[in-house]
Every structure is written in C-alpha cells, then in structure tokens.
Design a protein around this ligand. Structure first.
Ligand code: SAM
Length: 238
C-alpha cells in the first residue's frame, strides 16, 4: 500500500537548485566530489561503529559512495534518492564495486516508505538542505519512525554555525575560500546557486529541530563555519 499524501504536501521529487536529474550534472558531481572518497566514508563507518549485520538507510545517497562502503562492510543498506539519474549512476558504481547488499529506492526524506525492520543507522550527507525548514522537521519525524530505539542519525550538511549578524560577510567569505576554478571542484557559480536556491540554515535551528523530534544530539562538530555534522540518538518524543 502506498501512502496518499494531501494536496498541500511538499513535492520533493521536483529538483531544487542543481538539477540532479540531468545525467551530465550527475557525472560532473561525482568528479567534483574531491573529499567524498571511499576512504573518508570508511573512516565514518568505523567512527559510527557500523558493522556486518547492521541495517542502514542513506537518504540522498547521490552517486552512492557511502552506501557502497557500508554494504562492503557487511551492512544491509537502503539507498534512497529523489533523482533517478543519481540512482542509476549509483547502481552501476555499486555493481562495479561488488557491493550487492544495497536496495535502491526512488524516494526522499518526505516520501520514502521503509518496509523493512527499523534500522540501526540513518545517514544523510549534503542532502538535507534541499528541504525548506518546516519540511526538514517533517523529514526528521519520519526518520525517527524508521530508527530502532537508540538508533543513530548521522546528519552532515551545509549548516551554518557563524554568528547570524555576520551573514553577508560569512557567505562571501565561504564562497571565496571554497570555490575552485572550473574543472577542479565546485565553482563560485555552484556555491552562489546553493545559497540562492537551496535551503541551508543555521546549526541552532537544526539543533532545535532534532531536540523537538526526539533525537538527542550526542555529538556536534562544526567542521567549518558552514559545514556541520550532528550525531543524534533516537529517544522518546518530548
Ligand atoms: C549534493 S548531493 C549529495 C549526495 C551524497 N550524499 C554525497 O554526499 O555525495 C544531494 C543529493 O540529494 C538528493 N536529494 C535532493 N532532494 C532530496 C530529498 N528531498 N530527499 C532525498 N534526496 C534528495 C539529490 O538528488 C542528490 O543526489
């Protein structure tokens, strides 16, 4: 049975910002991802304690780098993304890597229906900013439902920890520091589009959402003033 969503429900399949249905964008994205290597994802898997037999959902799996590494570790992985082009690219990458323990799902934070048992871990990297803030909260409530009691949500994204009053300088400074020349990574235009058209927000807002949805923050790292990771544990709703 599929859920019937009301007419006012957010259409997350419609691309926001970068069009990840465009296969050229998908290939370019995989090339530009300099820091999202298999080794970096293996280190995250070790740090979180993901092992053989664990059940994992990755939402916004993109080209599948994390999901493939988690499956190679022996976890059962559900890899979810709203872009069919991303999913088919990720499926090919998984086949080439010999990662068989992954089920791919065309859905997102607001539409994925988890039909398997509740999971030990939900991972989402660089994807949550595609939802406006009200819908981020709905997404967290839905992820809470998919986790086992004490299950872990790892959320990493472009989430701002700088002083709100400094917004203009901080955004300019971020783009100046992070943008790469064409062909060498994410460009100035990529960052400008991110800020203008996607929904990155402040860390204190995400932290409030996590608390309100029954996800206790057990670790937070402000990796840069613009990139934050939260590790949260499922508790009862408050
Ligand atoms: C910037 S990429 C990040 C991909 C991958 N997690 C990584 O770290 O390389 C963002 C991904 O989120 C997906 N996405 C966008 N909106 C989404 C939603 N509402 N639910 C799930 N995935 C979404 C996009 O299709 C894209 O594959």
């Amino acid at each position: 049975m599929t859920i019937a969503f009301p007419a006012w429900y957010y259409d997350e399949i419609k691309q926001v910002g970068v069009d990840f249905e465009d296969t050229a964008q998908v290939e370019a994205y995989d090339r530009k991802q300099k820091s999202n290597t298999p080794e970096v994802n293996q280190a995250l898997i070790q740090r979180l304690g993901i092992n053989k037999g664990h059940k994992v959902i990755e939402i916004g799996c993109g080209t599948g780098t994390f999901s493939i590494q988690a499956a190679l570790t022996g976890a059962k992985v559900h890899a979810v993304d709203v872009s069919e082009s991303m999913l088919s690219y990720a499926e090919n990458k998984a086949k080439a890597a010999g990662a068989t323990n992954i089920e791919f799902h065309h859905a997102g934070f607001l539409s994925y229906e988890h039909k398997d048992e509740p999971v030990d871990f939900i991972i989402t990297k660089a994807a949550f900013h595609h939802l406006p803030d009200f819908w981020k909260t709905v997404g967290l409530l839905r992820m809470w439902e998919m986790l086992k009691p004490e299950g872990i949500l790892y959320l990493q994204d472009a989430i701002f920890s700088f002083d709100a009053a400094e917004w203009q300088y901080r955004i300019d400074d971020w783009i100046t520091r992070a943008a790469k020349p064409t062909g060498e990574g994410f460009s100035k235009a990529d960052f400008e589009m991110h800020v203008r058209e996607e929904y990155s927000t402040f860390a204190w807002i995400i932290e409030g959402m996590l608390k309100r949805t029954g996800l206790e923050v057990v670790e937070v790292n402000y990796i840069t003033p613009e990139i934050t990771e939260f590790i949260s544990k499922k508790r009862s709703h408050q």
